[in-house]
Write a protein that binds this ligand. Structure first.
Ligand code: FES
Length: 144
């Protein structure tokens, strides 16, 4: 447990995410640091106090947990969602737009709703979802 509490401090570098918006709107680009968490008993805990963007409704953040990238969304007041951040088409990284209500792959534009279901191809399979639970400001993501 002590390892997990300290794990958020380990930054793994950065990745560039390009999100193409619906209706031909301008491209929105954001550079994000990906925080690495140690997985213990097939789960990891996120202290939301260290992730204010994720704490607010509409926020999202991608984490590295062992060898997986996990995108966590806060799409509405009462839920957090977690998915493997690996597009089911060819493995591209997705980014979440709360305004548009979907995650979009940076490579070929597949879109997934907040349940991980495909709403626009070329992907034809849903994102892999992981169960979450919230206890005050501690969000646990279960990888199995
Ligand atoms: S890899 Fe995601 S749409 Fe092709």
């Amino acid at each position: 447990m002590e390892i997990q509490r300290r794990a958020f401090l380990k930054k793994t570098g950065s990745t560039f995410v390009c999100l193409c918006m619906a209706g031909g709107e301008a491209l929105e680009a954001a550079e994000k640091n990906i925080v690495q968490y140690a997985v213990e008993d097939s789960k990891f805990e996120i202290d939301l106090n260290w992730h204010p963007n994720l704490k607010k409704v509409g926020g999202s953040e991608t984490f590295q947990a062992d060898n997986k990238k996990i995108i966590v969304l806060h799409p509405d007041e009462n839920s957090y969602k977690a998915f493997e951040n690996k597009c089911t088409h060819m493995g591209g990284q997705v980014a979440y737009s709360h305004k548009d209500g979907f995650m979009q792959c940076a490579l070929h534009g597949s879109r997934f709703d907040t349940e991980g279901r495909v709403v626009k191809g070329p992907a034809d399979k849903p994102l892999t979802e992981f169960r979450t639970s919230l206890d005050k400001n501690r969000l646990t993501v279960y990888l199995s």
